[in-house]
Every structure is written in C-alpha cells, then in structure tokens.
Design a protein around this ligand. Sequence first.
Ligand code: ARG
Length: 581
Amino acid sequence: MSIIKELKESLKEIVKESGYEEDDLAFSLSQRKDLGDYQLNDALKLASKYHENPIQIAEKIAGNLKKDARFINVNIAGPGFINFSLSDEFLCKSMNLIIENKENNIDKEEEKKIFMDYGGANIAKTLHVGHLRSANIGEAVKRLSRALGYNVISDVHFGDIGRQSGMVISEIKEEHPNLPYFDENYKGDYNDIDFEITEDDLGRIYPLANTKAKEDPKKMEEVIEITRKLEEGHKGYNALWNKIKEVSIKDIKGVYKKIGTTFDLYEGESDCYPYIPEMINEMRKKGYLRKSEDAEVIDVKEDTDKEPMPPLVVVKSNGGALYATRDLATIKSRMERFNPDEIWYFADNRQSLYFEQVFRAARKTGLVNKETKLGFYGFGTMNGEDGKPFKTRDGGVMSLKELIKIVTDEEEKKVNEDIVGKENKTKVAEMVGISSLKYADLIPYRETDYIFSKDKFLSLDGKTAPYLLYSVVRIKSLLKKADEKCYMVTKLKGTEDRKLMLTLLNLPTVLTNSLKIKSLNELSDYIYELTSAYNSFYNSNKILTEKDEKLKSSWIALSKLVYDTNIYILNILGLEVPEKM
Ligand code: ARG
C-alpha cells in the first residue's frame, strides 16, 4: 500500500477513535501552506450527521491527531477545518521507502484481464489526426493499466474491410483493366500476385475513388458489388486486397512506431468473419433478430432510456455484414479466445451511441458474460484556430504524417546544434516534436476538444513537453556531477524541499484517479506540478555546493527520486527523453 493511502487509513482510524465513522474523508493537500501541509474538512459534515458542534468534533479529532508523532502543527481554522503537517522525520523516512522501492509509491489494482481496442487505423486510407488521439490516449492508458497491475492485451483492430476496399479495388480496375484479379475465374492466390503498389499510390487512389463513387451512382453500385464479392471470398479481389493490406499495414506500423504505439495483436475487422455465420444463426434461432425492411436488426431500447436508442442493424438487406456485425463477431472471438474481464474501446466520441448499441446487443444476445464489463472511452477532436477539426491549408484532411512533419520541422529550427551535435539534430527534433504533440494531446480531459498550436506545444515555458524534457535533462546532468553514491534523505530545509516531498507522496492518488477515468489529464498536470516544484527548489538552493553535508546528500537523493519519478511518468505518457537538449 502506498504511504499516502496508509496515511488516509490512519486518519480514518483516528476519526473513528474520536467517535465518528466516515468512509470518504475530505482529506487533501492544503491550499494554505501557512496553515499546514494538509487539511481535513470532515467536521462540518460529521456535525450534521451526529448533531454535534463542529468545533468540538474538530477538537476531539485534532486531539487524537496530536498523539501521533507523524502529525505536527495540528490546528483548527474557521468553523472546524483541521490543518496539520507531516513531521520532518516521517517525510524523510517516506522518501527513503520510495527510493528503496518505487512500489511504495503506487497502489496496485486488483488483478484483472483487460482487452483494449484502440488505434483503429483503416487500410488504404490515410491515418489522420483522429487516429493520433486513439493511439496516443489508448497507449498511455495501456501503460498506466500495466503499471498498476492489470493484465492487458491490446489490439489495433484495423479497419481492413468494408466499402473502402471496394472503392480502392474499383479504381485499380479502372486504371489497370487487364490485371487478372478481376476475372471471376482467377485461380491464383495472394502469393502469386504480380502487381506493385506503393503507399503513395494508395494515398492518391482512395480519395479519388471516394469522390467518383459519391458523384456517380453506377460507380457506387460497382463498389458495393466488389465489396460484397470480396467479403464472400472472390479469389482475385482477395489476392489484390491482401497485397494492398500488406503495403498499407507496413506504412501504418511505421507511423505507430514513430509515435511510440505498439500492440500485442495486429488483427483487423475481417478476422472475425469465421465467427459471423454461427453468431447470426444463434441470434436468429433465439429470436433476437427482427426483420426491418430487408435488413435484420436487434432491438436495444430499454424502458429507462431518455434519449433515442435505434435498433442495431446486424444483417444488411443484401445479406452482408456491416461495421456492427463485425464488432459483435469480434466480441465473440475475443471472449472465446481470451475471456477478458473487461473490454475497453477508445474511439472518437461520435461513435458513443453506436458502441452503446453494440454493448447492449452483445449483452442481450449473450456474447459476453453477465460480469464482463464493456467500456467505451470516447475522445474529442483536435481543432484548428477556427474551432473546427484541424485541416490542411487547402481544407483537406490533415494526415498524421503531415502533423508530425509540422511539429518536427518547427522543432528543428529550435534545436541547438552545439548542444545536441549536428548529427543528432533531426533525431532530437523528431523526439521533442512528437513528444510535444503527444503531451498536448494528453493534457485536456479525454472528451474535451482542443486547439492545435505548434507555437504553444513547442514552447520551452509552460505546460509543454519541451519544458518537462529540458528539466529532466538538467536533473540528469546534475546527478552526473554528484558522486555515484547511494544517497538517503535525512534532513530538509523545509520550504521547497518539503513541497517537493508532498508532491511526490501524492503520485499514487493521481495514478489511481487517472486509471479510473481513462484519461491522462490529471497525470499530465501532475508531472508539470512536480517539475515546477523541482525547478523552484533547484533555483532557490545551490545543491552541489551546499555546505551542510546532510542537507546536500538529502537534496541529491531527492533529485534522484524526482528524476526517477519523472522518467516513470514520462514512460507512461509515452514521451521520449533525448540525451541532451
Ligand atoms: N476504424 C475505426 C475508425 O477509424 C475505429 C475502430 C474502433 N474500434 C472498433 N472496434 N470499432 O473510425
């Protein structure tokens, strides 16, 4: 158990000894440092619960607090707010416990198997800024979950089937009508394919085919027909599509690697096809499917719904599968193969109603166990200065690659060659540029939209990655100048160093909360606070030339602890630290 949690438990005990029960203590770091490190604001609530005078309650609790040597400077303010600080001895001891084992500063969760679905890149379509959010937030939540002890399996869930496949194939057919893959009797397979296509071709083909199909109903009909045949196993189309998949996945993986996202499974929507027939049969047999026009739907409305909840279409009028069919069959596959306790999805907020329908359908039709939790964690959009989704200068979709290039190029102008070395300039610019983009994306609460600003994201001041990274690099160089010795915290001066220690003790609360809300905003704020607290400590003390040896080694130990904690958090957030900056 973390030190802060142990403290909370002790406080609960003390309140109990004083004659009161309170499970959810109003205990927090104090805003008024002159009154104490912490405040305990339960007396008022207890007063109405126990019909007693709040001041008397506060006095009883405070009296018992004073008996515990960990708590000093216990005082009561206003109508019964208790303030207190931690003794120097206890603070030092706590820091050393964390130095000994960082597990003393996190609270592990109960063991659980989580299946995470994030990333969601689409084959043959350009990765756009929305995919940054899914990959970035999803990856950070995965790392946080693992740090807190969950067993996580992650899957990218490629959009590798559906109308875009028909579009791309139809356009290739138009441009290369003589290829053998369009022949109904094509006998070869994917390994025989003799057709070169590049990522750039795909980048050009999909938007073109999309426009054509939207403008020409006949073209659209052909696209739908090709898509259906592809799904039904048309040999030539499948050979061609597999080739396209290979090229596209290689490219997508390259971008994911750049932004530090990796998955345990690189499966796609199409991998669930073997599960579809049995699933649909079962659903029909058990009477869950209802004919609606020519399609088949599942009713998912519940009596308590206040908002409209349309039925979920599971079989198309032409008998084919659609996005929802694939998500349901994928749940079936995941349950049968991995039997997770929970499945979490990270996608754009605009898919929230859709996922609610899917979850209800999965529950209703028994695809998941009663206890299995299905969670949708949506996110807002990255907007331009105009408040609309961030676009390219000519109004097109901003690709993730372009976005990375914008921040990297800008950062390259700032990198100091003399410090990082000429040969490292581009690498450092990319590292810092991408980290800036990622950190800015994690700062707002997951569901909140935010505005892209390369100047703000890359600034060396304020809540930015360059500020954090620069500080870490500076602590590292300070530590290099100190001896290799293993330092302990034995003394504190009592101002900045105390604030730093209290901030460190607060980490477990932030980690636990962040996991609860599946958002990194609190942790992003926290690392900024920790860094700022360290920087004011650093600026007001001459650590390496301090005469008091006890103080000096305590400060070095504290610096090392802040450094390690920073690295730990940066790793969860997925931000890379350059050697020099
Ligand atoms: N490929 C989808 C998109 O780009 C996201 C997939 C989300 N996951 C899922 N299981 N449907 O919007």
